[in-house]
Design a protein around this ligand. Structure first.
Ligand code: AMP
Ligand code: MG
Length: 411
């Protein structure tokens, strides 16, 4: 029997919901100046204390007047010049208008602004070419944000737009979740570091640098514990140290059933760990558990498997631990323009290249050899073709679901 189709495999969806169910926010909160809040998770909602804008103002460079005045006057006398930032309160009388700039406060008595391109000025009188609508080009108080509106919610990842919004409602700081401390290490006697000569049977440790690169783009601090030999004592020691110093510990390799895989034995003495077989490809062996202080994630050793399990399972888990809102993956259908090799039994996350064709439809092609040690198929790929668990081979022309590879990976 194909072990990949074994019924005890857990689906990716089950694995993710188990993780999220068992985890709760671990980060504490602190006040962050808004300019330092980018990329952090908001811990409190942010509410506008006043209307934005707080005063009626012009949306154009033009002339402000009372609409009803047009019924009695073919032209209006220009009696005021109002610039943005003018803090005096101007008043129009019947038959008058004000030259007004974008963002300048509307004078009392005015309700409409005509853009200057549609006007003519003669002898300090303004007349309008064509028709205008009552109230046009006026921004009303509270039009952008009404007083009391929650502009951001707890768990939002703070973007540049959030920061602009915070500034627009007058905030100087916001309450955020503090970054989690994440420990990472690789395991394997075969691992050498780039720069060292390779002997027969050895490979370079690619997982650690790759995972660190992604983690550095998340709101976390990273402690790198290096590459650890397949040695029970060494692994136990690094796990014990990392547990004390970190909120979450992530290792790669040593979570399958190989005889030299000591991670399992070490973990069993230090905490409560579950070893899962997740029905995903690449992927499958995955460990999750709790040490005394931290949460542990054990990724498969093969680099593509490590990356895909990290993105699909660990990133959402870290988001929840760190106080962020976990959003479901966004997928949509695309037409396969190449065949995709696939066997039923596991959900495949194949690296692929998607684009919109001349008819406006999404098309997707495989980015090449899908070996779980072959990182090259990530280069140039912009999406995963997510091929359902029970699906077999995909022929050209069939519809498949695609999910964009997050920019933290493609950068
Ligand atoms: P394991 O999970 O220990 O059985 O490892 C599975 C495969 O991943 C083996 O071929 C390992 O040599 C490889 N591997 C393990 N760790 C790394 C790493 N840090 N970088 C690249 N390949 C690795
Ligand atoms: Mg190994």
């Amino acid at each position: 029997m194909d072990s990949c189709a074994h019924p005890s495999l857990m689906s990716v969806e089950q694995a993710l919901s188990h993780l999220l169910e068992q985890l709760s926010v671990k980060s504490e909160t602190a006040k962050f100046p808004i300019e330092k809040s980018h990329g952090h998770y908001l811990a409190d909602s942010a509410t506008a204390q006043t209307d934005i804008p707080s005063f009626a103002n012009s949306a154009m460079d033009g002339y402000a007047f009372a609409y009803d005045d047009l019924a009695n006057n073919s032209s209006l006398e220009i009696t005021h010049h109002i610039l943005a930032g003018d803090t005096t309160s101007h008043q129009l009388n019947a038959g008058e208008c004000a030259r007004i700039m974008t963002g300048a406060p509307l004078p009392i008595g005015a309700d409409t602004v005509v853009m200057q391109e549609r006007t003519e000025v003669n002898d300090n009188h303004m007349s309008i070419n064509g028709s205008v609508k009552k109230g046009e080009n006026v921004r009303l108080p509270g039009e952008s944000i009404a007083q009391g509106t929650q502009v951001a919610l707890s768990g939002d990842k703070i973007s540049a737009a959030h920061i602009g919004l915070f500034a627009s409602i007058g905030l100087t700081s916001v309450q955020c979740f503090k970054p989690l401390t994440i420990g990472i290490f690789s395991t394997g006697d075969e691992l050498k570091q780039p720069g060292q000569p390779l002997e027969f049977g050895q490979i370079y440790d690619s997982n650690r640098a790759m995972l660190a690169a992604i983690l550095h783009q998340l709101p976390v601090q990273v402690i790198d514990y290096g590459a650890i030999n397949d040695d029970l004592e060494a692994i136990t020691q690094v796990l014990a140290t990392a547990d004390k110093q970190c909120d979450a510990v992530i290792s790669s390799a040593g979570v399958s059933v190989g005889t030299a895989d000591f991670t399992k034995t070490a973990l069993e003495t230090l905490g409560q760990i579950e070893f899962w077989k997740v029905a995903m490809k690449p992927g499958k062996p995955f460990a999750f558990g709790r040490l005394s202080n931290s949460v542990f994630f054990g990724l498969p050793g093969n680099p593509v498997s490590a990356m895909v399990t990290f993105l699909q399972l660990v990133v959402p888990a870290l988001t929840k631990l760190g106080g962020g809102k976990v959003h479901p993956s966004v997928r949509w259908p695309a037409i396969a323009t190449t065949p995709f090799k696939k066997r039923p039994g596991r959900t495949d996350f194949q690296r692929a290249i998607a684009h919109v064709n001349a008819q406006g439809h999404w098309e997707v092609q495989s980015s090449g050899f899908q070996g779980s040690a072959t990182l090259t198929t990530f280069i140039g790929a912009n999406c995963f073709a997510v091929l359902e668990k029970d699906r077999g081979p995909v022929s050209k022309g069939e519809i498949v679901q695609i999910e964009m590879i997050p920019s933290i990976l493609t950068a």
